[in-house]
Design a protein around this ligand. Structure first.
Ligand SMILES: [Zn+2]
Length: 418
């Protein structure tokens, strides 16, 4: 982790000019230098200096063949944009049944993605296989790029500072030093974060929450959790334990929970619970959530109703959270809300019926900006958000693209010398 970036993530201090310029190009590119100067408050000379440095590192490029008007003082209006062709980040998301391995560019576009089933393996073996798969993916699909680092995201309790998965109750993992294990295996810098927190960063940097004052992120998979951010600061709390909503009580649910109680949110709406309900109702012969989702997308009334009920239960359960935090925007990762007509409206109406003072959930609740890639995007954002806080620190340090021992760099050199 970049120490400067970490400090900024906690106390919100002003990032360096070069980071400010890069983030402005990210937010509004293609964009003219003069616009960058106006929006950031930096002088034209300062912007030019930062752009020259960012260009030299392959982070920003001037778009060729575009002029925005007559040349003045010998300088054409050449728009700037993020250079997405030079670098790559690795992404490893750990879900309950499988890991998602992916490669992303600097705009968080997912370049490659694959699923690797856990098949009952423990954390060390799962992480080793994921790391090897990711390195193979890099050498096959990104050999011409330089690797910046690897982001890891998962549900459960992740201590970002310590780089550990403190507890993943559904996987049964405890105190897994994910950063050290993956750094040793890959030779690359590793950033680990809870997937909901990482997704808030993704929404702010690459999605619909750019420039929004406060954001609540809800994640509904086999794990159900949340994260909340104001301004540029995501709430972590002591040992990064903020965001647990798995055991919020749900009305009208008698589902037994691992905590010993009944009717908890996660036990009631998890993918496993929904798939089991579909089997009990004769809709499926085996409890496959993906099969149930396919039926819902095809318009099967019984499948659609299971997803609408899931949305209603979620809306009712989180209403007190909305009143407590009063967020400007709530983004929701739940495939029914993204893909099945009626589910977003059910969610909004159910929450609206239960809240008292917060901004109307029918205006604040939205499906995620990343419906097809939420897991890969979350993992990639874990490292990209730290990269954008202090980009040059990731490139100047020998651990990054100058790293001779990096497997990707080795391939790079082999290709160059071939
Ligand atoms: Zn519970």
């Amino acid at each position: 982790m970049s120490p400067e970036g970490n400090a900024m993530s906690r106390n919100g201090s002003r990032p360096a000019g070069v980071s400010t310029v890069l983030r402005e190009v990210l937010a509004s590119g293609p964009v003219a230098r003069s616009t960058v100067a106006r929006r950031t408050g930096l002088s034209a000379a300062a912007v030019s200096g930062h752009v020259a440095e960012l260009t030299a590192f392959g982070l920003v490029r001037a778009l060729p063949g575009v002029t925005g008007g007559p040349q003045r003082a010998g300088r054409p209006h050449v728009p700037l944009d993020i250079d997405t062709a030079q670098h790559v980040v690795g992404a490893i998301h750990l879900a309950v049944p499988h890991a998602t391995i992916a490669l992303l560019d600097l705009r968080a576009n997912v370049l490659q993605s694959a699923r690797v089933p856990h098949e009952g393996r423990g954390p060390h073996e799962v992480l080793a296989r994921a790391a090897d798969r990711m390195l193979a993916m890099m050498t096959e699909h990104a050999f011409e790029r330089s690797a910046i680092g690897v982001g890891v995201a998962t549900g459960g309790w992740v201590d970002q500072d310590a780089g550990t998965i403190v507890e993943h109750p559904v996987l049964g993992w405890r105190d897994v030093p994910v950063r050290d294990l993956l750094a040793a295996r890959t030779g690359l810098p590793i950033e680990a974060d809870a997937h909901s927190r990482a997704l808030i960063h993704a929404e702010r940097l690459f999605g619909q929450a750019s420039g929004t004052a406060s954001v609540l992120q809800l994640f509904v998979g086999n794990v159900v959790d949340a994260a909340f951010a104001t301004a540029d600061t995501v709430q972590h709390g002591p040992r990064s334990a903020a965001g647990a909503i798995a055991h919020l009580p749900v009305d009208d649910s008698d589902e037994p929970c691992s905590c010993g109680r009944r009717g908890c949110l996660q036990a009631s709406v998890s993918e496993r619970a929904l798939a089991a309900r579909a089997v009990a109702g004769g809709l499926l012969t085996k409890p496959s959530f993906m099969d149930l989702l396919a039926l819902g997308e095809q318009g099967s009334p019984a499948a659609v109703e299971l997803f609408r009920e899931r949305a209603r239960l979620l809306g009712r359960a989180v209403a007190p959270v909305l009143d407590l935090l009063n967020p400007d925007v709530v983004t929701v990762v739940e495939p029914g809300v993204s893909r099945i007509p009626g589910c977003l409206a059910e969610l909004r109406d159910a929450a609206a019926a239960r809240v008292s003072m917060c901004r109307d959930p029918r205006q604040t609740l939205h499906a995620t900006s990343f419906p097809a890639t939420a897991l890969a995007t979350a993992a990639g954002a874990a490292v990209l958000t730290e990269f954008y806080r202090n980009p040059l620190s990731w490139l100047r340090k020998p651990r990054s693209w100058n790293r001779i021992s990096s497997p990707v760099r080795k391939i790079d050199q082999a290709t160059e010398s071939a």
